[in-house]
Design a protein around this ligand. Structure first.
Ligand SMILES: [Zn+2]
Length: 388
C-alpha cells in the first residue's frame, strides 16, 4: 500500500465515470439543498454538507489530473457552477450522459440539468423518491380502501398552485367523510410568505400555472424549462396574497410539474372517447385509458431532460389479468414531444440504458403526440376519473 495515496484509486474507465457522477450529484444536490438560497452573490454559511463533500472530491480529482482545483465553496459555486460547463471540469462522463455545454447554475439558480442530477443523488439514499406526505396519503388511502383519494389529491394539487382563503376552505371540506383529507390539504399548502410576493400579490406563471417567486431584481421569470424557452409565454396572473396559500415547493417540483403533462395527456385521450383512470392502484401507472370498443392503453409519462438519468428510474410495467378493472392491452412510456425534439438521441439512449425497458421489450417509448394520434377517435367525449 502506498502511503502517498489519497482516497480510492480509480483504475478503469467505469470507475472514473462513477467518480465523476458522484461529484456531479454531490455538487448538484448541494446547490439545490442550500438553505435560503438566493443566488450566488448572497452565498451564506453553512454550506450544504454535500456541497463540501463534492468540493473535496472534485479538488482531489483536479490534483490527480494536474489541473487547478476550486479554491473553496465560493469559487466552486460562483465560478465553476455558474460559469463553466460541466464538460470543462476534469471529470470523465459517459457520452450518453450528455453533459456538454451544461452548467449547474443559470442566472444564479440551479438549472434543470442540476435539479435532475440532484434528484439522482437522492435516489442513492432512498430508492423511492417520495416525500413523507405523499407516502402518508398513499398509506392512508390504502388503509381506508379508497385508492381514488390518492388520485384525487394528486389531481387537485396539480391543478391548484395558489388558493385564496375561500378556495382553501372549500378544498379542505371537499371530502367530508374522510377527516384526513383536510389535514392533507393543510400540509400541501403553506401560507404565502413575504419572499414570494410583490406588492401584496403572488405571481402565477401563465405557462405552467405554478407560483413564481420574484427575483432579487424584482422581475418575475419562471425557471421551468418549458416556460423559459417559450417566446410567447403568457404574462403571469397575479393573485391577492392576503390569507392565500401556495403549494409547498417540494410538491410543486415532484408532483405538480410532472403531473401537468400526465393530466394534459389524459384529457387528450378522453377527448377521443376514452375513459381515463388516473394513477390506478396508488400510482402503479400514471393512467389507463379504455375505449368502448375494447382498445386500451396503460401509460407512464416521464418528463425528464436527461434520458441517461431517466433510464435509472423506469420501473417495469405491472401486468394485470384481463379481469382486472384496470387491465390494458398495450403499455407505453410517453415522453413529451418537445423533449424528443430537443434531443435527437433521447429514445436511443433511454432504451439502451434502461434495464426495465430491455426486460419488457413490448413496452413502447413514444411521444405524447404519437400516442394520441395512434389511438381511436370516436368523435365523442370520454372522461377523466380517479377510480375504477
Ligand atoms: Zn412556468
Amino acid at each position: 500500500m502506498s502511503l502517498t495515496q489519497i482516497g480510492p484509486v480509480y483504475s478503469g474507465r467505469a470507475s472514473a465515470v462513477r467518480a465523476g457522477e458522484v461529484v456531479l450529484s454531490l455538487v448538484a444536490s448541494g446547490l439545490v439543498g442550500m438553505q435560503g438560497w438566493t443566488g450566488v452573490r448572497r452565498l451564506q454559511h453553512p454550506y450544504d454538507r454535500s456541497l463540501q463533500l463534492g468540493l473535496d472530491r472534485l479538488a482531489a480529482l483536479c490534483v490527480r489530473a494536474g489541473r487547478d482545483a476550486p479554491v473553496g465553496v465560493q469559487d466552486l459555486v460562483g465560478v465553476w457552477c455558474a460559469e463553466r460547463p460541466v464538460d470543462s471540469w476534469p471529470l470523465e462522463f459517459d457520452a450518453d450522459a450528455q453533459v456538454d455545454g451544461e452548467r449547474l447554475l443559470i442566472g444564479g439558480e440551479p438549472s434543470e440539468f442540476c435539479l435532475e442530477w440532484a434528484v439522482s443523488a437522492q435516489d442513492v439514499v432512498s430508492e423511492v423518491h417520495e416525500g413523507t406526505l405523499v407516502k402518508e396519503i398513499k398509506k392512508m388511502a390504502a388503509q381506508l380502501g379508497r385508492p381514488e383519494l390518492y388520485a384525487r389529491w394528486r389531481l387537485f394539487v396539480t391543478e391548484h398552485a395558489v388558493l385564496g382563503p375561500d378556495e382553501f376552505m372549500a378544498a379542505k371540506n371537499a371530502v367530508l367523510d374522510v377527516p384526513q383529507w383536510a389535514t392533507w390539504m393543510e400540509e400541501s399548502y403553506g401560507r404565502v410568505t413575504a419572499e414570494v410576493t410583490l406588492g401584496g400579490r403572488v405571481a402565477v406563471c401563465g405557462g405552467c400555472g405554478q407560483w413564481v417567486a420574484p427575483r432579487a431584481d424584482g422581475r418575475v421569470r419562471c425557471g421551468v424549462w418549458r416556460c423559459a424557452r417559450r417566446a410567447d409565454l403568457p404574462e403571469p396572473v397575479w393573485v391577492e396574497a392576503q390569507g392565500a396559500r401556495r403549494l409547498e415547493p417540494e410538491l410543486v417540483r415532484f408532483v405538480a410539474l410532472p403531473g401537468a403533462p400526465e393530466l394534459d395527456l389524459a384529457r387528450r385521450l378522453a377527448a377521443r372517447g376514452a375513459r381515463v383512470v388516473l394513477y390506478p392502484k396508488l400510482d402503479a401507472l400514471d393512467l389507463v385509458a379504455v375505449w368502448p370498443n375494447g382498445f386500451s392503453v396503460g401509460v407512464d409519462v416521464k418528463d425528464w431532460r436527461s434520458p441517461y438519468l431517466l433510464a435509472r428510474r423506469i420501473k417495469t410495467f405491472p401486468t394485470w389479468g384481463t379481469d382486472d378493472p384496470h387491465a390494458y392491452s398495450r403499455g407505453f412510456l410517453v415522453v413529451p414531444h418537445d423533449r424528443l425534439r430537443a434531443n435527437r438521441s433521447y429514445v436511443k439512449i433511454l432504451t439502451r440504458r434502461s434495464e426495465a425497458l430491455r426486460a419488457q421489450p413490448q413496452i413502447e417509448v413514444v411521444s405524447d403526440r404519437d400516442l394520441v394520434a395512434s389511438c381511436p377517435d370516436l368523435g365523442t367525449l370520454g372522461e377523466v376519473v380517479c377510480g375504477p
